[in-house]
Design a protein around this ligand. Structure first.
Ligand SMILES: Nc1nc2c(ncn2[C@@H]2O[C@H](COP(=O)(O)OP(=O)(O)O)[C@@H](O)[C@H]2O)c(=O)[nH]1
Ligand SMILES: [Mg+2]
Length: 378
């Protein structure tokens, strides 16, 4: 991992540098006010649900200012499980459960998953309100920016058991791929008799992030705006992660065998490509890269990594591989006509988007601690 760590450090240092610039940084007055408002409400709500990103269950911990909820009132939800390594997510859930947290994995774009979460939250509330019969309960979702709080709120509100009249007046929390879209704390009903409300809150990050690796992961997963780092640097960091992982091995079947090539009719290729470019039902609404381009990108990674003879532990050799890949990706992304910086920017932007929408594999960037140590919850 030495090769990857060097790229993570560069990104992390750029993030830290941005935080100290006057007028810069991600923590504006808005965020500071939201942080205070969230702290003030913690003693008033029945349950605090901390949303984290499954790809970074440690780095995406919410830092509570002052008031920390007791464990009996504190649940951790690892969202975006569709983008993380499945077995790592399971290990993280077991890790948090071993520390007496209620913990669930969630893909909030999956209806069945959201319904399971709804049932789980209602059970938690019932247990906390066991002595009351007709109660009103409030659940507050907290988390760093962009972990999916508003998306989860919307789906809980949509799928919750509330009356038909109330369904007609469904509200919508703003969901956006860029961080910092939610500006106020808003309430959404998710159940009737007894009434249960969810509070969607703005994402909050501390003004300084002292751990460079944490900072690099926050920007790669989208909690901090890319503009603090630069897309090319960020794409290089992702490429180092991909090059050091086993994901690319699954793309071997994309390499045409010699026999296939001998019998390939060029017209047939055209038919294949045009059918692949037909509009299809997309799983990821924020990414519009055509499937055949994604295939070419994967193929390009497979070819460059499997023919690489150097050491991935060596920063210089990893950099050499990344440079080769940048050149190959110009073609795969069909941006060869853009030369110099512009071409590199285009490749970087497209690559980051493919990573963030899971189309280049599932990655868990934080490893589960080996010993029985505590992981920060704020
Ligand atoms: N792949 C994936 N994307 C998600 C999931 N939940 C939310 N998102 C996306 O993450 C981005 C941020 O979501 P949002 O709800 O605005 O985050 P918030 O800042 O925490 O409120 C949006 O583009 C969502 O569509 C999920 O479970 N899987
Ligand atoms: Mg939001």
């Amino acid at each position: 991992m030495a090769g990857t760590a060097a790229f993570a450090r560069r990104v992390g240092c750029a993030v830290q540098g941005a935080a100290t610039k006057k007028g810069g940084g991600w923590c504006n007055q808005h965020m500071a006010a939201a942080s205070r408002a969230i702290s003030d409400r913690i003693p008033l709500v029945d349950l605090v649900v901390e949303i984290r990103d499954s790809r970074i269950p440690f780095s995406s911990a919410y830092k509570y200012q002052g008031c920390h909820p007791p464990r009996s009132k504190h649940v951790i939800v690892l969202n975006k499980t569709d983008l993380a390594n499945r077995s790592q997510t399971q290990k993280w859930i077991e890790f948090f459960e071993a520390q007496d947290y209620g913990c669930r994995g969630l893909n909030s774009h999956n209806k069945a998953n959201v319904k399971e979460l709804l049932n789980f939250l209602q059970t938690q509330v019932r247990e906390l309100k066991v002595c009351e019969s007709n109660y009103t309960a409030t659940i507050m979702l907290v988390g760093i920016p962009n972990v999916g709080k508003s998306a989860i709120t919307n789906f809980l509100h949509q799928f919750g058991r509330i009356s038909a009249a109330e369904k007609g007046k469904l509200k919508n929390a703003t969901v956006n791929p860029s961080p910092g879209e939610t500006k106020d704390i808003s309430s959404y009903k998710i159940a009737s008799h007894p009434n249960v409300y969810v509070l969607d809150t703005p994402g909050v990050l501390t003004p300084q992030i002292f751990d460079v690796e944490v900072a690099s992961k926050l920007v790669l997963t989208g909690a901090i705006n890319d503009s603090f780092v630069g897309e090319i640097e960020l794409a290089m960091y992702f490429m180092a992660i991909l090059n050091s992982s086993d994901e690319y091995k699954r793309w071997e079947k994309l390499i045409p065998k010699e026999d296939d090539m001998l019998f390939t009719d060029p017209k047939q290729k055209l038919v294949e490509d045009s059918s692949a470019s037909k509009p299809q039902k997309r799983q990821y609404r924020t990414d519009h890269t055509q499937d055949f381009i994604v295939k070419d990108v994967r193929r390009s990674f497979f070819e460059t990594i499997s023919s690489f003879k150097g050491s991935l532990q060596n920063e210089k050799e990893m950099l050499g591989l990344i440079e080769t890949q940048f050149v190959a990706l110009h073609e795969a992304f069909r941006v060869s006509s853009f030369t110099g910086e512009e071409g590199y920017h285009r490749v970087a932007r497209k690559l980051i988007n493919l990573f963030r929408t899971g189309r280049l594999g599932c990655y868990t960037l934080d490893l589960v601690p080996v010993c029985d140590q505590e992981v920060s919850t704020g």
